[in-house]
Every structure is written in structure tokens, then in C-alpha cells.
Design a protein. Sequence first.
Length: 87
Amino acid sequence: MEVGISDAAARLGCSPEYARRLARRGRLSARRVGRTWLVDAAALAAGEGVDDDGAAGGEDASAAVGGGPCGAGRTAGPDRRPGEPGA
């Protein structure tokens, strides 16, 4: 059985765009049908659908935080608006 990228992202705890990026890079067990990404639900549930190896730095550094490809368990910093002191 396969699920859409939005459902897979919700299960992983990340945005659909980030899940699509993982799929494009081959780090998420998925296939593309036209413009739609389909993710293997059984592999996703078993933790086999996601390859989070090699997240050493750069934009994939969040993959190493919290133990999952989407940084599950990560805590965010203080909320600040642009122009506020300390922003």
C-alpha cells in the first residue's frame, strides 16, 4: 500500500516539501507517478522507508537532530519577529 506525500510527511513530522526533497534524493522509499509522489506505507511504518544516514551538515543537518529525517523531537528557539531586538 502507498500513501501520498502529505500523509507520509505527517507521519514523519515534517512538511510535505521536505518529504518531497527526501524522496527526490532517494532518502525516502517513494516513487513518482506523474506529478504525484507515492510513499511505501509499510516501509514507512517499519522505519525502513527512510534513509537518514549521511546527514552530516548543510541543509540536511536537521536530519541528524532528534534522530529522524525530519528532526522529530527537535525544540525550536525563541520566536522573534524581524526588527525586534535580538532578531
